[in-house]
Design a protein around this ligand. Structure first.
Ligand code: ZN
Length: 687
């Protein structure tokens, strides 16, 4: 399942090393939080702290140093800490469900079980060797003209292999109740366009390794070494050409840049030479369907490449894209080489995770809403959903109280902001309506075939929504996912069951810890409704400027404060954060934590929070927040994340956020001049 276009709390690089940048009520009455019979736990693990580090020097280290020192990054991971440990616990739970399912012989559980069993059967994958790709390679060998080339690009697009076309369906940004066709042109095998151009030593080295990797993969298919090396150079040169016309990541953040609504005629004008009619037919859509082109420059570039690139280069590229995109489902030699480049070279990972873990994640990706039904029935009690809804509504009420006093909004903007807040639609735990996988065919002995069938099924599911009214019940993440998201087109905030566990959410813990952890997560997602992207969508989810010009200017100044702050943050290895890339996420963090703090205070109704385990309520609030970001990462991964991920590095989500918050300084008696305290005139504030 794809992540929603506008995203989320964290973005881990998926197993194949490519960052996916897109896809994509029962309101409880507002009440005080649940009163618990037994005295509540503090929710703070003292052993995780580093008491030798002063909270006002490096709060991330103070809150997490004990844990980090005792928990080096396991060889199989690029990152280790809160999110990943919880993911690991969830995958253990899924493993139990999957092993049970694999024993079934009929019904939906049996299909899930068969997918898992076929994934575990690496011996069968090894026996097949390159066989699964032979039909595709034979088709490519036959291509003799543009029409043949178009056909293969279409066949790849239907299983979500961008070569370089990607098609999916999503809400029309300017008419959010309607789903239209979305088209993007990408097709890069390195994580992001800048990887093709940056000229520091590490980037140059990655490119050298990448060319070697392409050659090696070809050698595995039986191509002689000298020919493989030539192909690798040709493919690298071609991908670099594609990268040249691709929009920069920071520019893609602006929805005005990625909204280019057109139609079939528009596609033909932008990139003549491609069989656009055939594409629309293949998707089963009307020739009059509305189409949004995300990256018009890249589309025109694609048209140019159809004209100026020799057919043999195209054919080499298509073969490579098949190989590259399916290598993890092929025989061992391919899986190993693929792992070496995408996980070791790019992310610093030393060894593969156990096969069952890969297969648990693969099955969640392929049939997550089938698997998720069992997961939530077993592990997500109704009381957790109820308490979470109460937290969400308390946060909403707090922001409703705050908006009238916000200095950067005039009366008209405030009214629109309250409309937007009132129509925020929270989804908690799991979908009300589950997806039906009966049209997906799975066999027990061919993982490659299952993988392709699942991709095609997913693609058809998405495309079946194009040209229709939006289905508000659909989810962009599966229930076991440890993440959360805001989707501006639906104006919804979504929290899968997978994240609603400690250290994010603890049914037994005192409120201070829950507001600091999951409260800040809720506030973060709400904050996305008002960040550099989300603030451009109105209460109905339409891309429309609902700000007065003057208010927008003041808002932009607040965003610029965050850009400036993060531009100066040194993350180590001579790298700095890219302020423009992380603005939205960092604004979500600053706004979200402030809101969670105010909501906590509001829930106390004027009383003082209790002291538990030697910490004041405010101290526990900030410690719980910092523990959510108790993660450390390999330098290779950090380097990749700083270039591709709109989320700041964990340490800076804590220290960067708290350095702006006087409530934090008061809780730990931090004084001006200490590292954690940003001078007053430089502090960034959303609410
Ligand atoms: Zn986010």
């Amino acid at each position: 399942m794809r992540a929603p276009f506008f995203c989320c709390l964290v973005e881990f690089v998926p197993k194949d090393g490519v960052v996916l940048m897109k896809i994509s009520r029962l309101f409880l009455p507002l009440a005080g939080l649940m009163l618990l019979a037994a005295p509540p736990k503090s929710g703070i693990d003292r052993a995780a702290l580093d008491p030798t580090c002063k909270p006002c020097d490096d709060f991330w280290r103070y809150a997490n140093g004990g844990w980090v020192d005792k928990n080096p990054i396991p060889a199989k991971y690029p990152v280790w800490g809160s999110f990943v440990t919880l993911e690991e616990q969830n995958s253990e739970k899924l493993r139990g469900i999957l092993e049970e399912s694999a024993k079934q012989t009929s019904g939906p559980a049996a299909k899930v079980g068969a997918y898992y069993a076929a994934c575990l059967d690496t011996a069968a994958m090894d026996r097949l060797g390159l066989k699964p790709l032979e039909p595709m390679f034979a088709r490519i060998a036959q291509i003799s003209n543009l029409s043949g080339l178009s056909n293969e690009i279409l066949a790849m697009e239907k299983v979500s292999i961008a070569a370089p076309i990607t098609v999916y369906a999503d809400s029309d940004y300017k008419n959010s109740s309607q789903v239209i066709m979305m088209l993007d042109v990408s097709g890069l095998s390195l994580p992001e366009r800048e990887y093709y151009f940056k000229d520091d030593d590490r980037s140059k080295n990655i490119r050298t390794e990448f060319v070697k990797h392409i050659a090696k993969m070809h050698e595995l298919t039986g191509v002689p070494a000298d020919q493989a090396a030539k192909l690798a150079t040709t493919i690298m040169a071609f991908e670099t050409k594609l990268a040249e016309t691709r929009m920069k990541l920071v520019d893609r953040r602006n929805p005005d840049n990625t909204y280019n609504k057109t139609d079939l005629a528009g596609l033909k004008t932008a990139a003549p030479g491609f069989s656009w009619n055939a594409l629309i037919d293949a998707e089963g859509l009307s020739q009059t369907i509305a189409i949004n082109v995300e990256d018009m420059g890249a589309l025109k570039g694609f048209g140019e490449r159809l004209k100026d690139t020799p057919l043999d280069t195209w054919k080499a590229y298509l073969k490579w894209r098949w190989l590259n995109s399916t290598a993890a489902s092929l025989a061992k030699a391919y899986r190993d080489q693929n792992f070496y480049f995408k996980r070791t070279v790019l992310a610093g990972v030393k060894e593969m995770e156990p096969r069952w873990q890969t297969c648990s994640a693969e099955t969640d990706g392929a049939m997550g809403e089938q698997l998720g039904q069992v997961f939530v029935a077993k592990y997500f009690p109704p009381a957790a959903k109820a308490r979470m809804m109460t937290l969400v509504e308390n946060m909403r009420a707090t922001l409703r109280d705050e908006i009238p006093g916000v200095p950067f909004m005039g009366p008209a903007t405030k009214k629109a902001a309250i409309d937007k807040l009132n129509s925020f639609f929270p989804k908690v735990g799991y979908p009300d309506k589950w997806r039906d996988y009966s049209a997906l065919t799975i066999t027990r002995d061919n993982f490659f075939a299952n993988e392709l069938a699942s991709r095609a099924f997913e693609h058809r599911y998405t495309m079946s929504q194009a040209g229709k009214p939006v289905d508000r019940a659909k989810w962009g993440m599966t229930p076991p996912t440890v993440n959360a998201y805001y989707n501006p087109s639906l104006n919804e905030i979504v929290f899968p069951a997978g994240i609603l566990q400690p250290p994010f959410f603890d049914m037994e813990a005192d409120d201070a810890a829950n507001y600091g952890a999951i409260g800040a997560v809720i506030g973060h997602e709400m904050g996305h409704g008002f960040d550099d992207q989300g603030s451009k969508f109105d209460s109905l989810g339409n891309l429309r400027d609902w700000w007065t010009e003057e208010d927008r200017k003041k808002f932009d100044e607040r965003a610029a404060c965050i850009v400036d702050q993060f531009d100066t943050i040194d993350v180590g290895d001579g790298l700095k954060h890219n302020g423009r890339l992380v603005t939205g996420e960092a604004m979500g963090d600053v706004g979200g934590l402030t809101l969670a703090y105010k909501a906590y205070k509001r829930s106390l109704k004027g009383k003082e929070g209790p002291v538990i385990d030697g910490f004041t309520a405010d101290q526990r609030f900030f410690l719980a927040f910092a523990r959510v970001w108790g993660m450390h990462e390999r330098p290779e991964h950090r380097r990749m994340a700083v270039q591709t991920d709109p989320h700041p590095i964990a340490k800076w989500r804590v220290n960067g956020t708290l350095a702006n918050m006087p409530e934090f300084f008061a809780a730990f008696s931090c004084k001006r001049g200490q590292t954690m305290v940003r001078p007053e005139e430089k502090r960034c504030k959303l609410w």
